[in-house]
Design a protein around this ligand. Sequence first.
Ligand SMILES: [Zn+2]
Ligand SMILES: [Zn+2]
Length: 252
Amino acid sequence: MSLTHMQIKELLDENLKHECEGFGPDKVCVRIAAIGELPSRFGDFHIFAFYNNWDGKEHAAIVRGDVTGAENVPVRVHSECLTGDAIGSLRCDCRDQLETALKEIGQMDKGILLYMRQEGRGIGLINKIRAYGLQDHGYDTVEANLALGFRDDEREYSVAAHMLFSLKVKSIQLMTNNPRKIENLTQHGVVVNGRIPVIIPPNPHNEFYLRTKAEKSGHMLDSFGKLHLQEQGDRPVIDGMTPEQVTQLEQN
Ligand SMILES: [Zn+2]
Ligand SMILES: [Zn+2]
């Protein structure tokens, strides 16, 4: 069952006036600004576009079914990656993660993908490409890491948490391989009743993760020794990994 026109109108009307004081550590407030149907290759969704008072970014929720007042709604939080999501870059695994989540949610009664418009987890496109460029020119990973070093996960979670409140979700099951994400959302008041591991099917593009080892720095090297930067909060778990490899990912 999907959202009715009446529900959509009510949500939009309520959000016009919505203003909360002192939500989260940074007084983050979010409003649903627009809602539209979004038929896609992964199934039929509604897309919610949000305004927020903190980062000026237009975050989105891709929503399957009627999630208002619902318990245990499967939720995935995805950080925008222009090069991966839209262009199909093989420098990261963002598109695999995004497609896997959308395919799964597209087959469920209810589910949400929060699409956070924070390129490379908030460092911005310029810094991300700067890091790519440094690596291309043979710099060691230290400089590349510096360029990638100012992530601000904390506030991403308070925006994401408010987006879930705006959607009137009562409790969620987080689709993640990263237990720390659950703690962060919980700290911002989200009721997380469980975790759904995200297992990515193997393909020629993510094969390097299957053959690789996790470095001390936590970065992933392919079999040619080339660094692949992690741009999502989750490390990819790919179908076919050994239990040891999965544990290793969680520990890094
Ligand atoms: Zn608010
Ligand atoms: Zn990416």
